[in-house]
Design a protein around this ligand. Structure first.
Ligand code: NAP
Length: 502
């Protein structure tokens, strides 16, 4: 257990909503932040009066919009607010003053702890070290710096300030905002940050990248992490849709592993590997143990690896990286295992079976490789044969133009396209029930709890089918085994996915 705290901000317009939210937040959080700037002016005093009845450690904030607050406000309004709060409320509570010389000079107290904060809402702050010094000069008890990050490495400078504060025996809250900075919110307390913010509910975030308190506590187990925690994550762009964190963290939890798995938004892969991963060039020590790799990095990651497992080398794509204690990186492809394991369980022996794979992307590569290895007779269909010529050459297989009215002479139909996936093709199907007649089995790689249109059509035709979740779980289980050397708790992983997809 680390000493960092979870703080839930409450930002509501009315006193009733604020009070209701504080009651719920107090049950989960170590500190409840009341964002007084969110309240309509005439609701302020009723809220303050209600606070003694709700026991909690409070952080009071009254933030103007240029620092990420809810509205513009004059200096005089800010000063009046702080004077009245300090007169009306008995400590203990913490206050958050923006890094403003006039304000910090005017609001002096002996018995209340002061955070002095600075928020860089657009990113690209030139010199966070200088900012640290400027904020420190305003005599805070706790320094708070929050900067916007577009890519994972944008968070490095602010993260390094946690290390600096630790070495100078200062208390700090250092956060990178946005999806790319989520890791700083999860790992901050383990590395010495005074607190990390978490939202009360989805949709109640007060800054980009905030994770719900429930997920912080139950999925990421933020309180239990320490500097020795093995750090894993899915690297890609985008990554927020990935279900892997829920499945892998549940597995780490039942296996009592000191490990955490996060979404890692990586745009510039080379920069990420150089500045955050490779032992001789990295600028931060996060204790990475491995990655799940998703689009668009499955091929680009290969040039950074010290070793590539023969299956991944044959497919030409890596979806799993294991990092040894000495920093040596090995690449694997668990999509093959994830695809073929549930298919063999349900279909049986694949020797001689005619399999029609639709699509020629990364997933199709793994499917074609696995099907060929099992002795299936594989055909690949694409919408653009010219575009698929590299696939055809590298996988040593002919590709044909997709036909709209039938899947060819196939026993097994595999959808390795995004048709049926959330988004533009959500309600489309590769084939209707009539067109599927004669097919013995359908595997739709699209990950959805509800049946995809293709799976519904298969059901109408009485054809057995499985969806992408089976593949997701099987490939994730194999990843867990590669990273930990232990059997994967598959049922726990399945339950975590089902729970998340409710
Ligand atoms: P990808 O590399 O982008 O490849 C997609 C393939 O589908 C390409 O050949 C593309 O053709 C084709 N395609 C795209 N839109 C199409 C359309 N409207 N009609 C016909 N063909 C179309 O993607 P991927 O990583 O291989 O993923 C493919 C599917 O598998 C996705 O639905 C993904 O979610 C799923 N998947 C599932 C798992 C799992 O664990 N369940 C794992 C990996 C992937 P063009 O080249 O012409 O665009």
């Amino acid at each position: 257990m680390n000493s960092g705290k979870i703080c839930i901000p409450v930002c509501e317009a009315t006193a009733d909503d604020t009070i209701a939210a504080i009651r719920r937040a107090a049950e989960l959080a170590d500190i409840v932040e009341i964002r007084f700037d969110c309240l309509i002016a005439d609701q302020l005093h009723r809220t303050i009066k209600a606070l003694p009845d709700i026991p909690a450690t409070y952080l009071f904030t009254h933030r103007p919009s240029d620092q990420g607050g809810a509205r513009d406000m004059l200096f005089s309004e800010r000063l009046t607010f702080w004077q009245s709060i300090l007169n009306e409320r008995r400590p203990p509570f913490i206050i958050d003053l923006e890094a403003d010389v006039k304000l910090t000079m005017a609001v002096q107290t002996n018995n209340v702890r002061r955070i002095v904060s600075y928020h860089d809402l657009v990113g690209g702050l030139a010199d966070p070290e200088h900012l640290f010094e400027c904020v420190n000069a305003l005599d805070p008890d706790i320094i708070k710096l929050a900067v916007w990050a577009d890519d994972i490495t944008d968070a490095i400078p602010v993260w390094k300030l946690i290390e600096r504060a630790r070495s100078e025996n200062r208390e700090i809250i250092a956060i990178a905002m946005g999806e790319a900075g989520k890791w700083t919110r999860i790992l901050g307390p383990a590395h010495g940050a005074f607190l990390t913010f978490a939202s009360l509910d989805t949709g109640k975030e007060t800054a980009g990248g905030q994770i719900t308190a429930k997920d912080m506590l139950e999925v990421y187990r933020v309180r239990e992490l320490d500097r020795k925690t093995g750090v894993y994550g899915v690297i890609g762009d985008p990554v927020s849709q990935s279900l892997s964190p829920y499945m892998q963290n549940a597995a780490f939890h039942v296996g009592q592993q000191n490990a955490v798995f996060m979404h890692l938004l990586v745009k510039d892969l080379d920069d990420f590997i150089r500045r955050m991963v490779k032992p001789d060039t990295r600028e931060v020590e996060l204790n990475f143990g491995g990655f799940s790799v998703t689009m668009p990095h499955k091929q680009a990651i290969m040039r950074h690896l010290d070793e590539i497992d023969p299956t991944a080398a044959s497919i030409g794509a890596v979806n799993t990286v294991k990092i040894d204690a000495d920093g040596r990186m090995t690449g694997f492809n668990t999509d093959t295992h994830g695809f073929i394991t549930p298919l063999k369980t349900r279909f049986g022996d694949l020797r001689g079976a005619r399999a029609a794979v639709f699509g020629a992307g990364g997933a199709a590569r793994a499917c074609v490789y696995a099907l060929k290895r099992e002795g299936a007779d594989v055909s690949v269909y694409v919408r653009d044969t010219k575009k698929a010529s590299v696939f055809s050459d590298e996988m040593n297989i002919a590709v044909s133009q997709m036909s709209k009215d039938r899947p060819g002479e196939a026993d097994i139909v595999v959808n390795a396209t995004p048709i049926g996936m959330k988004g533009a093709f959500e309600n489309e199907t590769l084939f209707t029930a009539d067109e599927l007649l004669g097919v013995k089995f359908v595997f739709d790689l699209v990950t959805k709890t509800a049946a995809t249109p293709l799976i519904s059509e298969a059901a109408k035709a009485g054809i057995p089918a499985i969806g992408g979740i089976e593949m997701l779980i099987a490939q994730g289980a194999r990843q867990f085994e590669i990273w930990t050397g232990r059997d994967a708790p598959i049922e726990t992983m399945r339950a975590a996915i089902a729970d998340r997809m409710k």
